[in-house]
Design a protein around this ligand. Sequence first.
Ligand code: ATP
Ligand code: MG
Length: 560
Amino acid sequence: MKTTQLLIPTQKEAPNDAQIISHQLMIRAGLISKLASGLYSYLPMGVRILKKVENIIREEMDKAGSQEVLMPVTQPAELWQESGRWQEYGPELLRFNDRHGRDFCLGPTHEEVITNLAAQYIRSYKQLPMSFYQVQTKFRDEIRPRFGVMRSREFIMKDAYSFHLDQASLQQTYDTMHQTYCNIFDRLGLDYRPVLADSGSIGGDASHEFHVLADSGEDAICFSDESDYAANIEKVAFSKMEATCTPKAQQESVLTKKKTNIDEVAEFLSVEKSSCIKTLIIKVADGFKALALRGDHELNEIKAQNLFGEFELASDEDIKSLGLKKGFIGIKGLNIELIVDYSASVLCDFVCGANEWDQHIIGVNWQEVEFSEADLRNAVEGDPSPDGQGKLVIKRGIEVGHIFQLGDKYSKAMNSNVIGEAGKAVTTTMGCYGIGVTRVIAASIEQNHDARGIIFPEAIAPFQVVIVPINYNKSTRVKDLADSLYQQCLEVGIEVLLDDRKERAGIMFADSELLGIPHRIVLSDTHADNGKVEYKARNQSDKVEVDYEQALSFIQSKLN
Ligand code: ATP
Ligand code: MG
């Protein structure tokens, strides 16, 4: 195509709300345009990239034997009431009424719709296993839409769902999908890692996320420095430990006026944060609980949720109503259940709040109180790897894919049964598999850019080659040579962009570099005098001169 026929609104400056590089570059390169918070239009270059990502995903899903379907974005409330999620799902679910006052939502995911389809059409065990996928728009009313299409409200997902007679069959498809995802992310040229993810009530290793490694990632991923253990920080599980110390210290209350957080208390008392206990009060469905953690550890909210159900941190009012003093809460004299993290319960002679204003106690030991123990905390760098090999290293990741063994959660609630071999109805077992199609583009840019702009891998670049003729509109010689090379490229199926604008060379170079087109050919009168063209790869700094006559075969040799 020719640049003058295209809308490629490149710009020098990124908007103020673009905090991360991929967001800045997607706007600057004219790939997307913001409509409202978390809502973006894809401009022609963006769509070309999107289609390439989608095609790779489709090819690999087809290879894996999954069937493409397309379900509505708008979903009736009845299905969500059947699955129980109409109540469960928070404000991310955008609910609305039609003209008859009936309840609907915009689909944030499609388990309900697909399970309803399976319940209608899959009747016999002989049809199983079967899997379906779609590439489709999702809506989630994210609390903090940000980073452009990385966390938007409307986005495109490839979601897939599989139905099985038993767990063994689900495991087989799950493994196939795991491999399919690796194939997809390999082809997309991403540096990614599959990691163990939280699988909630299903448990086990029934869920993996695929993370693109990038400092801007919103997730923390833990790796062993010795084995191939990798897990989302949410998932890293710790076991009960044996105490190795014996209490010796004399207990004493100390005045810690206005020292209401662990950092201040530890500094004031000249102790390590790891020898302090912090006590958090949470509000659960049927009251309050106290959770004790080591001062240098953080509560893992997913673990707490798996243990106690939906919860929130107690408010100042709640704390007051329990007779506790915010900033000085300790473990002694609580009148609510106390649960202690495994690595806190092995401390001796520690510091904690005194449950009195402006006081902490030093030399406290667990013998004095009743409690139970649990795994409550997030991993920290240097923790032992849960597989017993090496220590944990923490890196940032962008979740681009997620595969999950659902079990019978939806099939049971929504009656997805088949007639089994013995003639009796059997509830199907399900898996689900998602890829954030639009997020993949942003993640790729996070990993592939430099000061001049995007460096797209060829597999998803908007064009493979750009021809930049200098003085195209003045020199008929340059024009003829450029047009002819352009035609030659088109004839052999190369995706080529001819920059036919009346612009300075610098501007044309800058735009093609911003857009990340992998291969560039420059043609000028000087080159023409020598029968040459100049070639440069976007990801390399050196330029080479090539005979004009050889230009096409040279370009072909550079393409994958
Ligand atoms: P996150 O933890 O990032 O909110 P999620 O775990 O809620 O994501 P899933 O339900 O697993 O997301 O959805 C499958 C995939 O869809 C994710 O792996 C991610 O790549 C993509 N995705 C989810 N939410 C968004 C969003 N708001 N914007 C863009 N892509 C998203
Ligand atoms: Mg997920």
